[in-house]
Design a protein around this ligand. Structure first.
Ligand SMILES: *Cc1c(COP(=O)(O)O)cnc(C)c1O
Length: 379
């Protein structure tokens, strides 16, 4: 029950086992790759090109920055969490000049403040923003941030690795130039793949560079005409892509997926608070992951070890400035299930109590009662 990698459904595991050919030479594989990209486009609500690259989510972040950044470019890095801040490293590696907009790390980015900041700071080539910053679980309102920046001529790169599939994402309507995700979070395929949607403006910026893109593996332009040329820059990991395709189909076929994430996350947050625990985030809660403050005097890694050993439930701690301070329950993708989450709350409560923390309610029961009530209200 961690915020990714998540559990992988049997049909995805089986898809990864089917026989493959040489994907560089098999023309059918070019069609399969293209159709898989189109289905990811459906998920992202975009007509832009989508490309799947052979590397974990981080490759998507680096490829976007490598392809867009030229030495000296001013890049706005929107930071209210660890991944938000981390974008700056990729921008700098490729010679960009980073300007931070720092938000409150317990709240979503204040879009009006951001707009004022941008107006006072002048031109940026593009901005980076994280949809759900997973170490804290803060969700940024990219439905407002990206169109606002676009109206000022600033392209946006959105890291939606831990949100795509669990939160709404409308790439075209929200004018997102590059949106990227990973296989192992809400899509619930194993780690190993990243995918990106690339707008016309983003391609234009890449094609009109004065300096070449300083990478081969991270060069998105090399992928632009792969289908017409029947050429992949490197051999695609066929089995990983076949598995991802099944995982994407699972998500597309699931008409209830976003509302289920919402129902589960809301009931979980409420149950946790009623038990007397505190949530780390004050506003902008992601429906994919929840960070709970570790009660005074409890060693979070010992608590997690106890949950794993006695109940076979694995939740996560966090890292960076949050290390040791929060516990995180991932309720995304295949893990967004009422039975899993209620058992997780049961185990969390038992472990907390054995470490001396008294919960003010039965968390699993409170959670189930809320789910039950909301399901009836939905009908
Ligand atoms: C998981 C994740 C990534 C990919 O990074 P890893 O931690 O290496 O899996 C990138 N961005 C966000 C927001 C993520 O949650």
């Amino acid at each position: 029950m961690t915020p990714g990698p998540t559990q992988v459904r049997e049909n995805v595991r089986l898809a990864r086992a089917i026989e493959t050919t040489n994907p560089d030479l098999d023309l059918q594989f070019y069609d399969f790759y293209r159709d898989t990209c189109d289905r990811i486009g459906q998920l992202l609500k975009t007509k832009n090109h989508v490309r799947i690259l052979s590397g974990e989510g981080i490759l998507g972040l680096e490829a976007a920055c490598a392809s867009l950044t030229e030495p000296g470019d001013r890049v706005l890095v929107i930071d209210n969490g660890i991944f938000g801040e981390g974008f700056a490293d990729f921008v700098k590696i490729y010679g960009g000049q980073v300007v931070f907009f720092k938000g409150d790390r317990r709240r979503q980015i204040d879009v009006d403040e951001l707009e004022k900041f941008v107006e006072s700071q002048g031109n940026f080539k593009y901005a980076t923003v994280v949809h759900c910053d997973t170490p804290s679980g803060v969700l940024n309102d990219i439905s407002r941030i990206c169109p606002m920046l676009k109206s000022k001529g600033i392209m946006t790169v959105v890291d939606s690795v831990s949100a795509i599939g669990g939160e709404e994402l409308k790439v075209d309507e929200w004018s997102i130039d590059i949106a990227l995700g990973g296989s192992q979070k809400c899509l619930s395929a194993p780690p190993g793949l990243t995918f990106l949607s690339i707008s016309h403006d983003a391609y234009n910026a890449m094609e009109n560079r004065k300096t070449p893109i300083a990478s081969f593996y991270c060069n998105l332009l090399l992928w632009k005409d792969y289908y017409e040329k029947k050429w992949f820059p490197y051999t695609p990991p066929a089995s990983d892509i076949i598995g991802l395709r099944q995982a994407v189909d699972n998500v597309l076929e699931d008409g209830d997926i976003l509302s289920r994430h919402k129902r589960i996350a809301e009931a979980l947050r409420k149950a946790v608070r009623e038990a007397g625990l505190s949530l780390y985030i004050k506003d902008g809660f992601s429906n994919t992951v929840t960070a709970i403050e570790v009660p005074e005097g409890i060693d979070e890694s010992a608590l997690r070890k106890d949950m794993l050993e006695r109940f076979n439930v694995m939740i996560a701690g966090s890292f960076g400035y949050l290390a040791g301070k929060v516990l995180r329950i991932g309720h995304m993708g295949e893990n967004a299930r009422v039975d899993y989450v209620s058992y997780t709350l049961f185990a969390l409560q038992k472990s907390l109590e054995s470490f001396g923390f008294k919960c003010r309610c039965d968390m699993a029961k409170t959670f189930m009662d809320l789910i039950d009530r909301n399901q009836r209200l939905d009908k």
